[in-house]
Design a protein around this ligand. Structure first.
Ligand code: IMP
Ligand code: MG
Length: 172
């Protein structure tokens, strides 16, 4: 497995879209008690760029989740890291790299709701709608993509390619 030579999305395209998402989110979240929850590891760059482009005060926290693969999709995920902030009564903005089957997103939204958040917004930079198994209400999406595996800008294949500023497709 290797990455495509040509980026599918360049760092410049990503920067433009991140600025648009940040502007929309800032309008929506103004005046709210906001906690941005960056989902590790995939959203490390996206989350960092997005919160710095937003113009509302907020707390920033992290969550690390891994979906169980290889078995029936039960909607269960493994929580490897939890936020340290109290989410009770907060408007929580979940920041994800990519929405795929929806299992991880569904579990994260459930976790945030159970934690007492007053509102949940869900923002993913990429979305593969054709792969969805669990319905998820994503309030903000950067780019829809076809059913291809993408790497770079935080996203990995077996822990490789996260450091790349552009996004590539994975090729055989
Ligand atoms: P889901 O639970 O199936 O929606 O999986 C979502 C998670 O799987 C994302 O947060 C990513 O970490 C990972 N993932 C899904 N598709 C891709 C991809 O194309 N490239 C890299 N990681 C992916
Ligand atoms: Mg992820």
């Amino acid at each position: 497995m290797t990455r495509s030579e040509k980026p599918l999305f360049t760092a410049a395209q990503i920067r433009t879209r991140v600025a648009e998402l940040a502007a929309a989110l800032s309008r929506e979240l103004r005046g709210q008690d906001v906690v941005s929850l960056i989902v590790l590891k995939g959203a490390l760059h996206f989350g960092s760029d997005l919160v710095r482009a937003m113009t509302v005060p907020m707390a920033v926290d992290f969550v690390q989740a891994r979906s169980y693969h290889g078995t029936v999709s039960t909607g269960k995920i493994e929580m490897l890291g939890r936020p340290t902030q109290d989410l009770n009564g907060k408007h929580v903005l979940i920041i994800e790299d990519i929405l795929d089957t929806g299992v991880t997103a569904r579990a994260l939204i459930d976790f945030v709701e159970i934690s007492g958040a007053s509102r949940v917004s869900f923002c993913a930079l990429f979305d593969k709608p054709a792969r969805r198994k669990v319905p998820v209400h994503a309030t903000h999406i950067g780019f829809p993509v076809d059913d291809v595996f993408i790497v770079g800008y935080g996203m990995d294949y077996e822990e490789r390619y996260r450091e790349l500023p552009d996004v590539y497709t994975l090729v055989l």
